[in-house]
Design a protein around this ligand. Structure first.
Ligand code: URA
Length: 240
C-alpha cells in the first residue's frame, strides 16, 4: 500500500482491515511507530515516505528518489515512447519506473532534467507561486542586433500573450551574451515557450540547453546522457 498523504488512523484501518476504534487502542498501547517513534495522535497526517511500523513489523517504507539527468538532444522527456529513447531509458536505478519528470524538455533541447517519485517536491518546483527559476542557454539563427536588443529584453520581461492557451507569460529575463547567443530565465514552463517567444521576432532557436533549475546547476562532471542522485542538501537547497 502506498499513499501520498493521509491520516494515520485511516491508513492503519485500511491496511490491517480493522476499525478506527481498534486503531485508537493500538495507538494507546504504543504499538505504532512513525519514523522510529511511537505515536499516539489519532489524526496524525502521514505521507508516502513515512516509515510506518506496527508491533515492529513494517507496513510502509517507501524511499524518495531525486535524480538529475543530462538529457541529450534526440531523447524524449516521457516515460514511454514508441519511436525514441526516453529519459527513463537512460537511468540506471531499479525503481526508475516509479519516477516522473519534473518539467519536460523538448526533443531537441538538451540539459538538466529532474526526476523523482516525490510529487510534493515536483509540484513545488513547478508551481508558479514558488518562482523557481529555470535557466536556459539559447542559440539563435539571426543576430539580436544592438538596435533590437532593448525590444527583445522588454518583451520578455513584459510577458507575451499566447492566444492558443489564452495566457500571458510571466516576466522572463533575457540576457544577451552575444549577437547569436542569449540566456533566458523562466519561472514557468509553457509548451515550446522559449521557441515561441523568439518566434515573435521571427528568430528561430537553433540550440536550447537548460543549465539550472533553482539553485541547482547541471553537474559539469556528468557526461551527456549520464545521471546521478541529488544529495539531501541539494533536494532542499534547490528552493533557496
Ligand atoms: N522552451 C522551449 O521552447 N523548449 C524547451 O524544451 C524548454 C523551454
Amino acid at each position: 500500500m502506498s499513499i501520498s498523504h493521509t491520516r494515520l488512523d485511516r491508513f492503519i484501518a485500511e491496511y490491517c482491515k480493522v476499525s478506527r476504534r481498534d486503531v485508537r487502542l493500538m495507538l494507546a498501547q504504543k504499538r505504532i511507530m512513525i519514523d522510529g517513534i511511537a505515536v499516539n495522535e489519532i489524526g496524525l497526517i502521514i505521507n508516502k515516505f513515512s516509515h510506518v511500523q506496527l508491533d515492529g513489523k513494517t507496513l510502509q517504507n517507501n524511499k524518495a528518489y531525486y535524480i538529475m539527468l543530462y538529457k541529450p538532444v534526440g531523447v524524449v522527456s516521457a516515460t514511454t515512447d514508441q519511436q525514441h529513447k526516453t529519459v527513463i531509458d537512460l537511468i540506471d536505478l531499479p525503481e526508475k519506473n516509479e519516477l516522473h519528470i519534473v518539467g519536460r524538455l523538448d526533443l531537441n533541447t538538451s540539459g538538466l532534467v529532474l526526476l523523482t517519485n516525490d510529487s510534493r517536491w515536483s509540484e513545488r518546483l513547478m508551481s508558479p507561486e514558488h518562482k523557481v527559476a529555470k535557466k536556459y542557454r539559447v542559440e539563435l539563427e539571426h543576430p539580436i542586433t544592438q538596435k533590437l536588443s532593448k525590444n527583445y529584453i522588454d518583451s520578455f520581461l513584459k510577458g507575451m500573450y499566447f492566444e492558443f492557451e489564452d495566457i500571458t507569460t510571466l516576466p522572463a529575463h533575457l540576457k544577451i551574451i552575444s549577437e547569436y547567443k542569449a540566456e533566458v530565465t523562466l519561472f514557468e514552463g509553457k509548451y515550446h515557450q522559449i521557441k515561441r517567444m523568439f518566434g515573435r521576432f521571427q528568430n528561430p532557436v537553433i540550440g536550447l540547453h537548460r543549465f539550472a533549475v533553482g539553485k541547482l546547476s547541471l553537474d559539469s562532471s556528468l557526461a551527456i546522457g549520464e545521471s546521478r542522485k541529488l544529495t539531501s542538501e541539494e533536494v532542499v537547497e534547490i528552493f533557496k
